[in-house]
Design a protein around this ligand. Structure first.
Ligand code: VGL
Ligand code: ZN
Length: 202
């Protein structure tokens, strides 16, 4: 359930869209069952934000998170592969910056802040509040939101614009609980108001 608050989009806001790639959508290597429901909310939100980032899980072929190397996951999001490409239902015209993550073999790279330029770029653009959405709520959305909060940004996770892997039933609810406990707000896209009808990208 979302917290009952309205968020008026401000010039110091950014939207971070996490890992909307073939492999995380139905039919992909690590397809999130409800993944397709995020497209309408994201399309409604992204054009109104002054700055929009899209992260990509972008792994080497021998990434340590793959089962053949002792990790928990099937091979997914190999850099340059079809599975790693953005799903075409993500409107890239709305995206200012693409952030590749998980490029290092030995770290999971769940967070968009892990060994990337995201933190520096947000600060250069004087962003103070970060809205996070995408795939998957219980992994990369969660890790990105927690790191944004730890880095000092105000953070709102958009529940309906995100979807969970749910390896275990209830993982999504547990993830949202962890986010709340860290001081992160949970909202729905309908709780986000205003913003430019066609934002001037900067
Ligand atoms: C993710 C599992 C492995 C994610 C990435 O994008 O949530 N999950 N790699
Ligand atoms: Zn991954």
């Amino acid at each position: 359930m979302s917290d009952r608050a309205t968020y008026e989009i401000r010039p110091d806001d950014a939207l971070v869209i996490v890992d909307v790639q073939h492999d995380f959508l139905p039919g992909g290597a690590l397809g999130v069952a409800e993944g397709e429901r995020i497209f309408d909310p994201i399309d409604a939100l992204a054009p109104r934000f002054p700055r929009v980032y899209a992260t990509r899980d972008w792994h080497p072929e021998n990434h340590s998170s793959y089962q053949q190397y002792g990790g928990p996951w099937p091979v997914h999001c190999v850099a340059g592969s079809h599975g790693a490409a953005f799903d075409p239902r993500l409107t890239l015209d709305n995206v200012d910056v693409v952030i590749d993550k998980g490029t290092d073999r030995d770290t999971d790279g769940y967070s968009g802040f892990a060994a990337t330029t995201l933190d520096r770029d947000l600060r250069e653009h004087e962003v103070r509040r970060v809205f996070v959405c995408g795939l998957a709520t219980d992994y990369c959305v969660k890790a990105t939101a927690l790191d944004a909060k730890a880095a000092g940004f105000d953070v709102v996770v958009l529940e309906d614009a995100s979807a969970a892997v749910n390896v275990e039933p209830g993982d999504e609810e547990r993830a949202l609980g962890e986010l709340r406990a860290a001081g992160i707000a949970i909202a729905n896209s309908a709780d986000v108001a205003g913003g430019a009808t066609a934002a001037v990208r900067r």
